[in-house]
Design a protein. Structure first.
Length: 339
């Protein structure tokens, strides 16, 4: 009983401070950065007693990081530095905080040597941590190979509209009320489609029309190009028959895949295999007495090589790369940057 009461008390005060943080962020969403910073600073004062490992530890870190970010955006470098230092004092064994401080010192304050010393010291503490090892290796090697490597990847993968004209296949199962000459009621049909560029950056679509039939549409399948390396994002299939219209996407469809993956963020990912496709059963009662128009649209991005993905995950490399690329490459850079 006592433990239950204690848990409710702890949960109550955690929710109280979380709500205060969310109100401050809401002010930021209304483009009131100064008001947001004031709310966060007052909240940070209230949490001054919180120590590493306490229930409110994660919230205190978020506040310090957000305040540092706000001060950087406002050009208040000395204030940003104060919050970075407070964050490190709070947990000196947080490599992420140390890396963010080094990045700030190097790129915002021009204190390159000091930033490098932080990374060297950090590497001695955490030599096996991947992000630490990557930043340390990049710092030692410099950025001489950064732009050529990315430019090669851009030439191969980054052309807007580069997948236009790619040939895919569409398959569908339709079921008749009466069996055919072989005694079957279910039949498989297919049609080749060609990707067209859409209105969005890296947007594509195709449309097909299924002719009228005395059958019911039951299952639908899409085959991207064999051996392709694609990330298919924000995909949507719209079925239109007369006044009847419905859509399938990653949120409402139980997708099955072959030679490709469907990840938690809703991406469909091909991986260079021979026969990639995804399919699903239609839950709607879609008889084919009239023609059915089907439109597929999605943003289609390349699956980048591991060395480029690793580069885009390195905060130092990202900062340098943003200064080196052209406008078109920068758009590609922003699009493929891991979120």
């Amino acid at each position: 009983m006592i433990n239950s009461v204690d848990a409710k008390i702890v949960s109550g005060y955690v929710k109280h401070y979380e709500s205060s943080y969310n109100r401050a962020i809401k002010a930021l969403g209304k483009e009131n950065g100064e008001k947001c910073a004031e709310k966060l600073e007052r909240l940070l004062e209230d949490l001054d007693y919180v120590k590493k490992g306490d229930r409110l530890d994660p919230l205190k870190r978020r506040i310090l990081n957000k305040l540092a970010q706000q001060k950087i955006m406002g050009g208040e470098e000395s204030e940003a530095l104060k919050y970075f230092q407070t964050l490190i004092d709070f947990d000196e064994r947080d490599p992420g905080a140390q890396i963010r401080l080094a990045k700030f010192l190097r790129y915002n304050m021009g204190r390159k040597e000091e930033a490098e010393n932080i990374i060297k010291k950090l590497y001695k503490q955490f030599p096996s941590a991947p992000i630490v090892a990557d930043v340390y290796a990049y710092m030692l090697n410099g950025d001489s190979d950064l732009y050529p490597a990315f430019h090669r990847a851009y030439k191969r993968y980054g052309k807007i509209g580069g997948f236009a004209g790619q040939r895919w296949w569409v398959y569908w199962h339709q079921r008749k009320n009466m069996p055919d000459s072989t005694g079957k009621t279910l039949s498989l049909h297919k049609k080749q489609v060609i990707l067209e560029p859409g209105s969005e950056v890296y947007g594509y679509y195709f449309t097909i029309t299924l002719p009228p039939s005395q059958a019911k549409l039951e299952r639908f399948r899409i085959d991207p190009a064999p051996h392709s390396n694609l990330r298919i994002k924000d995909w949507k299939l719209t079925f239109v028959k007369g006044r009847q219209k419905f859509s399938h996407d990653s949120r409402n469809t139980d997708v099955k895949c072959h030679d490709m993956n469907f990840d938690r963020k809703g991406f469909l990912i091909t991986r260079g295999k021979t026969d990639p496709y995804f399919h699903f059963v239609l839950t709607e009662d879609l008889t084919m007495g009239h023609e059915i128009e089907i439109r597929f649209c999605a943003r289609i991005l390349p699956t980048l090589p591991e060395n480029i993905k690793k580069m885009l995950g390195n905060p130092f490399a990202v900062q340098d790369l943003a200064k080196l690329v052209s406008e078109g490459e920068l758009e590609f850079f922003k699009t493929v940057l891991p979120k």
